[in-house]
Design a protein around this ligand. Structure first.
Ligand code: HEC
Length: 235
């Protein structure tokens, strides 16, 4: 039988590295919905628009890179590279994290510099080594000229809001909140279905995860010293 996951006794020596909050919680299942922003509620029209924008390479200066290029949601939500390649084949300094379940993170980016998905979404568009637009206004102007988008923005945000950097980011964020993986074998196991993980392989993996303290990754986003270790700043 599986031993109980008594994290506190085995990891007492690491207590200084972690926030007490991380250890008060036991294993938890992912909720079936991502938390929403009160200022940006999800609607089917907004989700559909956000999905189009996420897949649209016309948001990049060369017309060749979309969010999907570095966050392949058909696979793991990343690009399978040590560090990402942006416009004009420029090699970036950081690894692309998955967008799957990013809606549950308290902050975005390896160094946590964006507080929300909405704040995060504008950054790659104007990052010179990612989508390379020389200004967010240029991306807005381009989207305004593309057939179909004005009607979709009106359907998602009403007549007044129009197409802006804010509404582009809001739509993308709402789409990203659909990229979640509830009810995986792990979730079902934690919710009480003891047959969801085989003891031989997965429960032992879960035990090993707990033993080495892999949950340190999440508190690391909140500590400046650990942030520096986790990913050196990109150029
Ligand atoms: C050229 C590759 C590339 C493109 C294009 C790109 N990203 Fe990223 N993305 C990255 C990298 C690299 C990071 C990590 C950068 C960092 O932490 O400084 C990242 C981080 C993120 C994160 C934070 C996830 C986390 O775990 O902290 C989200 C969300 C995200 N990107 C969404 C998007 C969206 C939305 C777009 C399109 C508007 C986009 N990305 C375009 C490479 C890319």
């Amino acid at each position: 039988m599986l031993a109980p996951f008594s994290l506190s006794s085995r990891l007492a020596g690491l207590a200084l590295l972690i926030s007490p909050l991380a250890w008060s919680a036991d294993w938890q299942a992912l909720p079936s919905r991502a938390p929403e922003s009160a200022d940006n509620p999800s609607t089917p029209a907004k989700i559909e628009l956000g999905k189009m924008l996420f897949f649209d390479p016309r948001l990049s200066s060369t017309g060749t890179l979309s969010c999907f290029s570095c966050h392949n949601v058909m696979e793991g939500g990343d690009d399978h590279r040590p560090t990402s390649i942006g416009v004009h084949d420029q090699l970036g300094g950081r690894n692309s994290p998955t967008v799957w379940n990013s809606a549950f993170l308290s902050v975005q980016f390896w160094d946590g510099r964006a507080p929300t998905l909405e704040a995060q979404a504008k950054d790659p568009i104007v990052n010179p080594i990612e989508m390379g637009m020389s200004g967010i206004g240029l991306a807005v102007d381009r989207i305004k000229c593309l057939p179909g988008y004005p009607q979709l923005f009106e359907g998602a945000f009403g007549k007044k809001a129009g197409i802006s950097d804010e509404t582009i980011a809001m739509a993308i964020a709402v789409y990203e909140r659909t990229l979640i993986t509830p009810d995986s074998s792990y979730d079902l196991f934690v919710k009480g279905d003891k047959t969801a993980l085989t003891e031989q392989q997965q429960q032992r993996g879960m035990q090993a995860f707990s033993d080495v303290g892999a949950r340190l990754v999440i508190p690391a986003r909140t500590s400046a010293a650990q942030r520096a270790q986790l990913a050196p700043a990109s150029s």
